[in-house]
Structure formats: C-alpha cells, structure tokens
Design a protein around this ligand. Structure first.
Ligand SMILES: Cc1ncc(COP(=O)(O)O)c(C=O)c1O
Length: 398
C-alpha cells in the first residue's frame, strides 16, 4: 500500500488528473453531468423537482412517440440487445441495410453508412477522405468531432471565418491548384443556430474542385422538405459530396450516418477505422431511427409544431432584449458574454424549473459565453409561458 501510494505520486499523468483546474471548477460548480431521476417528454425530474427540459436536441419530439417506443421494444425482442460486433465481421444485419437505403433515399444520395454514434460518422467523413498533403478548409466554429477528423487525417488545415464565404474565397485562393482540397462546414451550427451560407460556399468549393463535407446533425429534421436537411433547404443536392449527421437529434435515437455516392461510401467501408473497428448500430437504435424517419414523412404536424414553437420561443427572448446570436433555427443560444453572467442566469433558470446548458470559453469563442437552449415540437404553450416567466426572472438576476 505504502509503495503504491509512493509510486502513484511519481506518475505525472495521475498528478495531471488530480490537479486539473477545469475538473476542480466543474466539480465545485457542478453544472454538467446532472443525472435526472425521471423523464416524460419535455418534463424531467432533477433532485426531486419537476423541470422543463429546454436544451435537448429532440427537435421533433419523437423520443416518446408511441410508434417509436414500440418499434424500439419490438427490435430488442426480435434481434436482442446488441450485435456485439463490427459491421465488417459479425455485426451486419439486414436492418442496417434497410435504414441505410431509407436514409440515402431521404437525403437524395446513392448510398449511406450508419455508425453507433454521430461523432464517429462525422469524424469519419473527414478523416477517411482527406490525407497527408491535402488541404482542408474548415469553418472556425466546427464541432469537435470534425476537428478530430481533421487532425486524424494528417492533412493541412486552413481555417476561415465562421460562415464567411468571402473569407473562404480568399483562403482557398492561396492553395496550389493541384493540391487536393476539402471544404468542411455544418448545415446548422449547433451552438449558434446559424444556417450555413451553402449557396456561396458550395459554389466556391466547386470552382476550386474541392470535395465538400456537410455535417447536418442539427439541420436534419429541421430544415428542408419534411426535414430533409440543409442541402434540400437550398435545393443544392448535386453540390455537396458528403452529408453526415446524427441519429440522436430529430431521429430520437443514438448513432450517426454518412451519405454520398456509391464510390464514396464503399471507399469509406474499405478505409475508415471508425467504420471497420467499431461495433455496429444496435437493433433498438436502428429501429428507433427508422420509425422516426417514417414519421417525419407521414406526420408533418411535428415539423410544423417545431417551427411554430421556435417562433414563439424566439419572440419571448426578443421581448426580454436577450442576445440570441441571430439564430435562425430551434437551437437558440442566449449570449451573455462572460462566465460571471452565464452562471447566475443558468442557476436562476434552474431555480424556476427550467433546465438549460451553459457553455463557456474555450468551448465557445471568447466573449460569447452562453446558455444553450433548444426548443422542441413537444413543448406545450403552457410550458412556453413558464419558460417566459423563468427567463424574465433570470434577466433580473443579471
Ligand atoms: C454538429 C454536430 N455534429 C456531430 C455531433 C455528434 O453526434 P452524436 O451526439 O450523435 O454523437 C453533434 C452532437 O452534439 C453535433 O452537434
């Protein structure tokens, strides 16, 4: 025992874990990893109190839809809980192929591949296709899974200002004509709620023969016909090479997808480590996503309700003079500018029974410290009124 304590003290990495400032602050203020005791739709219970969930990505509110819940249950009974293997070896099932065909058709692509996490899909969408010697043009505000993909690819990265085609134009013009290029953007930026300026960005990518990757985790289900996503919203299906996304938002499941041409998806199946060496999507994850996808096409009321709630919620924030970073979508940040302002605001909302998530630099650019909120089709008018009261209360606490 004495020896092990002595040797542990000499381990630099153990000391790093023990002394880490960010971890100490997180444990002291405890804003993250809060475990809810119960949930029913947009209502959750935390520390014995019922609260309104205002930061989930369940945009269409399908996670408690009876058909979705039943499909998930039936899939477990039919297929068991897990395939316990990668698709390359023992983990492929016909339901994977069915889901992939449906997602490909819905997004207007030839082919699709699904993974057990959106993070894997989006990381793979970059890491698989770019390599050393290539140049990746990346929006400065990309999600961390895309940055991981960029790093893993060993390509050179050039950042351009957030959602700024003019700056992309300037940066891409400096890259050698013969250098293979990739442009990486998000359809809807998850923190900001901004819609990608895709018409201009896709045109620049095309002019410079750059392969384009669009992460539509937050555009899928939200934008476009029946929620087909950002590319459909702009009618630019021919202009984007890869669409990747998550099953954990509008599709009320967990998992992710990559969609593109047959050549691109078969190349991914040959070369992507995230695809070859990770266990397949589980039966219930797939059945949930498949049923939610069907509902998106047969029950348009969820999409309509989402946008009606978005308009009402945005008006509440606007009336209070809050800065929503010009969000255009249901993902709406409340920018407060410093952690000293964000924390009491978040606490005040919690006190009034509204659950949100705080995000501070370096997770967001300096001066953009914010409360991340997202409205769902499932929020009722009565809940929106309670949210309005809670917001007014939090504003007074600033
Ligand atoms: C833009 C974006 N891409 C990818 C992901 C990863 O998706 P998942 O949570 O399904 O792994 C997220 C999730 O937060 C996201 O916001």
């Amino acid at each position: 025992m004495a020896f092990s304590l002595f040797s542990n003290n000499k381990k630099a990495i153990l000391a790093r874990c023990r002394d880490d400032y960010a971890t100490k602050m997180r444990l002291k203020y405890a804003p993250y990893y809060l475990a809810m005791e119960a949930q029913s739709g947009t209502q959750v219970r935390l520390n014995g109190r019922d609260m309104i969930m205002l930061s989930s990505n369940d945009y269409l509110g399908l996670s408690f839809h009876p058909k979705v819940v039943e499909a998930s249950r039936a899939a477990v009974l039919k297929w068991g809980t897990s395939t316990t293997g990668a698709r390359t070896s023992n983990g492929s099932r016909t339901y994977h192929l069915e889901l992939e065909e449906k997602l490909a058709a819905f997004t207007g692509r030839e082919a699709c591949h699904v993974h057990a996490a959106g993070y894997l899909s989006c990381m793979a969408s970059v890491a698989t296709f770019a390599q050393k010697g290539d140049v990746i043009l990346a929006d400065k505000n990309l999600h961390s899974c895309l940055w991981d993909g960029i790093r893993l690819s060993l390509a050179t990265v050039e950042r351009f200002s957030h959602n700024n085609p003019a700056n992309l134009s300037e940066v891409i013009a400096t890259v050698g004509a013969d250098t293979p290029k990739m442009v990486v953007v998000e359809g809807v930026y998850s923190m900001e709620g901004h819609i990608c300026r895709l018409p201009e960005i896709a045109k620049i990518a095309e002019d410079y023969n750059a392969f384009s990757v669009l992460d539509d985790a937050h555009g899928f289900g939200v934008l476009g016909r029946q929620g087909r996503g950002t590319v459909d919203h702009f009618g630019l299906n021919e202009k984007v090479d890869v669409i990747c996304g998550s099953l954990s938002k509008s599709l009320a499941s967990t998992g992710g997808f990559v969609a593109g041409t047959h050549d691109v998806i078969e190349y991914l199946r040959s070369h992507s480590k995230q695809t070859i060496f990770s266990a397949a999507l589980s039966p219930s994850q797939a059945a949930t996503a498949m049923t939610a996808l069907e509902i998106m096409q047969t029950e348009p009321e969820h999409h309509e309700q989402l946008w009606s709630n978005t308009r009402k919620y945005r008006a509440i924030l606007k009336n209070l003079g809050l800065d929503t970073w010009e969000s255009e979508t249901p993902a709406i940040p409340i920018v407060l500018g410093s952690k000293e302002r964000v924390y009491p605001f978040w606490k005040a909302l919690l006190e009034k029974g509204v659950f949100t998530v705080l995000s501070i630099a370096p997770a967001v650019p300096p001066g953009k410290d914010l409360i991340r909120t997202a409205v769902s089709a499932m929020h009722t008018d009565e809940q929106l009124e309670r949210i309005a009261d809670a917001m007014a209360y939090a504003v007074k606490k600033l």
